[in-house]
Design a binder for this molecule. Structure first.
Ligand SMILES: *Cc1c(COP(=O)(O)O)cnc(C)c1O
Length: 382
């Protein structure tokens, strides 16, 4: 069933194609070695796609593990009816121990100090130890697997330890140095996993989207027992971990960001546009004013260099992006008129400009572009 979004009454909105998310999930999963399970990463509102909607849809397909960044995200999934494993990857104050326990959430443990603080709350909270294998962000020291094993065993007497995990920091590019580093991380993690094998931990995982596709199939024999669960984030949403990656056939962005034309005006030669008068017309031109700005999450660095899509054609942004509006050159799109749909991220005809393309222009990653689309941009599901 297709839900038609009425485009007449909107200002700036996002359309999320849940069927595309499902296709991405199924295609991704089909590339994994048999027996590999997926933990869905829905942190940051599912990278801007709406965590509850995405999680519930995938739960219908049998997904039973979710990863979020904080306790608020975790509780909101739980309250919406997500009943599987919910792992909080980021920091939760030990003062919230009771909520962790009552909502049956699983907390990542960043350090021994944190584990001790949780133990003092005196509740059998479900936890997974982060193992630091080289990213130097969170985790106990994976350079010393025996010590890791002692710590994990020791805390399992007071907390309900149900897993260990590590995070790979250069699994998304194929330079020799990065491959070497990633394999090194995986070997360290495997060493820890081997030493805690007696605990029969159900959740032992190290792969993100990129590693699940590139490392698991290739090195599965060596890493089988640490590779049974992949934490799938960005590729579920149809974007690339790194711009150089080639996504499997059929995986596409699920999000389209649309807005409309407020008005079209004629600009005479010599007139300027916007704050700071950074653009001056050197010939007569037509401008479309568009009701989306940096408060909607449209990055101001795209002033005078980004573009939008109108009637399947590219329209360059001119002048500085304002808080709530921006202006684009529609001199070559004479049919542009008030109320017409403008695509900020997405595809129209043969022209595509997605979050990865915008990120490339901004010197960032698609993840950040997606997360920055602000809450006042309404989400619609098609
Ligand atoms: C965000 C995150 C992921 C997902 O990474 P993607 O590159 O989006 O697949 C996996 N694991 C951890 C610990 C993360 O923080």
């Amino acid at each position: 069933m297709e839900v038609v979004v009425n485009q007449q009454d909107k200002r700036s909105w996002v359309e999320i194609d849940l069927e595309q998310i499902i296709r991405n999930y199924e295609i991704y999963k089909s590339k994994l070695p048999e027996g590999t399970d997926v933990m869905l990463v829905t942190k940051a509102d599912a990278y801007g796609h709406g965590d509850v909607r995405v999680a519930l849809k995938l739960q219908e397909l049998g997904v039973h593990m979710f990863a979020v960044s904080n306790i608020d995200e975790a509780v909101s999934l739980r309250e919406a009816g997500v009943d599987g494993e919910i792992l909080i990857l980021g920091y939760t104050s030990p003062l919230h121990a009771k909520i962790l326990y009552e909502q049956d959430l699983t907390q990542a443990i960043a350090s021994e100090e944190y584990a001790s603080a949780l133990v003092r709350r005196n509740l059998p909270i479900k936890c997974q130890f982060a193992i630091d294998t080289g990213m130097n962000r969170i985790g106990i020291d994976g350079d010393n697997p025996e010590e890791c094993s002692i710590i994990v065993h020791r805390y399992s007497k007071r907390l309900k330890i149900n897993g260990i995990f590590t995070h790979l920091c250069v699994a998304d590019t194929d330079e020799d140095e990065n491959v070497e580093f990633t394999l090194g991380q995986m070997r360290k993690f495997k060493a820890v996993a081997s030493l805690v094998k007696d605990m029969n931990l159900p959740y032992v995982h190290c792969c993100n989207s990129a590693a699940g596709l590139t490392y698991l199939p290739k090195y599965f024999d060596e890493f089988e027992h640490i590779g049974r669960i992949v934490r799938l984030g960005i590729m579920l949403y149809g974007l690339k971990p790194d711009y150089s990656n080639i996504l499997p056939e059929g995986i596409h962005p699920a999000l389209t960001w649309k807005t409309c034309i407020t008005c079209v005006k004629k600009l005479h030669k010599g007139e300027s546009v916007g704050y700071g008068r950074t653009f001056v017309a050197d010939h007569e031109m037509y401008l479309a004013t568009i009701p989306t700005g940096y408060a909607d999450g449209y990055d101001r660095h795209l002033s005078n260099c980004g573009h939008v899509i109108i009637h399947g054609k590219s329209a360059p942004i001119v002048g500085r992006i304002c808080m709530d509006q921006l202006m684009a050159d529609v001199t070559d799109i004479p049919e542009a008129a008030m109320g017409d749909v403008v695509i900020l991220l997405g595809k129209s005809g043969d022209v595509e400009y997605n979050a990865d393309d915008m990120a490339q222009q901004l010197g960032t990653i698609g993840y950040e572009v997606l997360c920055n689309i602000s809450k006042r941009v309404q989400r619609f599901y098609i």
